[in-house]
Design a protein around this ligand. Structure first.
Ligand code: AMP
Length: 112
């Protein structure tokens, strides 16, 4: 499958890995929008939030267990933001489900 994040998970394209377990891979965003900007992806390819089901949501749950752990390790003691863009209206540019962890600065109240 011609998927950028699948290639990163497989090690075919280099990344700055932050975390890995059986189902989750996390790496630094190549164009960070905050001092800490990490992408969390399920290793099994899902194109986006629109493909999450009762059958595959375990990987998503695992990501949400890992995010607070990594946020702590990154020193985000004053809070952080988690975003998943889904589809064209949300400007999703990579069709492999991912969650952005953004932190290390004061965020805007607006989220668009
Ligand atoms: P989205 O626009 O929500 O689909 O987010 C895709 C994210 O992937 C963007 O923030 C990009 O900066 C990031 N990105 C694209 N290519 C790479 C790469 N090779 N390594 C790390 N992050 C990447």
């Amino acid at each position: 499958m011609d998927c950028l994040f699948c290639k990163i998970i497989a090690g075919e394209i280099p990344s700055k890995k932050v975390y890995e377990d059986e189902t989750v891979f996390a790496f630094a965003d190549i164009a960070p929008q905050a001092p800490v900007h990490i992408l969390f992806v399920p290793k099994k390819h899902l194109s986006g939030m629109d493909e999450v089901t009762k059958e595959n949501s375990g990987a998503v749950a695992r990501i949400f267990e890992v995010i607070p752990q990594v946020a702590g390790e990154q020193g985000l003691t004053n809070g952080y933001r988690v975003i998943s863009n889904c589809g064209p209206d949300a400007c999703q540019s990579v069709r492999h489900l991912h969650f952005h962890l953004l932190g290390g600065r004061q965020m805007s109240e607006r989220m668009d």
